[in-house]
Design a protein around this ligand. Structure first.
Ligand code: HEM
Length: 144
């Protein structure tokens, strides 16, 4: 379980970097740009890293001692965060990124594809940044 926790914690950086790369890549495209395999791969690997986080997170959700539905759990910041806030917000971010990719697939024009990815991935990134238990939030988590 310690290994899983560290994997989940460390993979946040991979997911965040990939998200930023995908967003910068999307918004750097001009009207004449194409949507090539490299773009597709960046966007796909970003989504895979997020889905991996979901999988690891789900296992942690059922095993972590930071998720306990004891009486008054909603009144305890740490139990409320991991039991509800972290889970719900990360799930929302993942759905948004996935919808963004699906929408981009349906759009014909390459420039619009990039814009669609850029916008939806950016919303996902903002939610993820807000839902990470950064050390300064005192939720019992570290930087790595
Ligand atoms: C992009 C998605 C996600 C990111 C970036 C992320 C990131 C993190 C980070 C940084 C921690 C703190 C680890 C530490 O330093 O101790 C954490 C803990 C945790 N996450 Fe996530 N998470 C994501 C999705 C999820 C999801 C979807 C779930 C639930 C289904 C989940 C469940 C948990 C649990 C239960 C813990 C507490 C583990 C423990 O310390 O016992 N995470 N997450």
């Amino acid at each position: 379980m310690e290994i899983l926790k560290h994997a989940h914690s460390g993979l946040r950086w991979v997911a965040l970097i990939l998200l930023i790369v995908a967003i910068v890549n999307a918004f750097s495209k001009k009207g004449v740009s194409l949507y090539v395999k490299k773009d597709k791969m960046i966007n796909l690997f970003t989504m895979i890293s997020l889905h991996t986080q979901l999988l690891l997170g789900l296992i942690l959700y059922f095993t972590s001692d930071k998720v306990k539905f004891i009486e008054g759990w909603m009144k305890q910041p740490m139990l409320r965060f991991y039991g509800m806030e972290h889970f719900v917000m990360m799930l929302a971010a993942l759905v948004i990124v996935t919808i963004g990719r699906k929408k981009a697939e349906k759009v014909e024009a390459p420039y619009s594809k990039h814009q669609t990815i850029g916008k939806w991935y950016l919303i996902g990134l903002l939610i993820i940044l807000a839902a990470i238990p950064w050390p300064f939030r005192n939720l019992g988590a570290g930087w790595f």
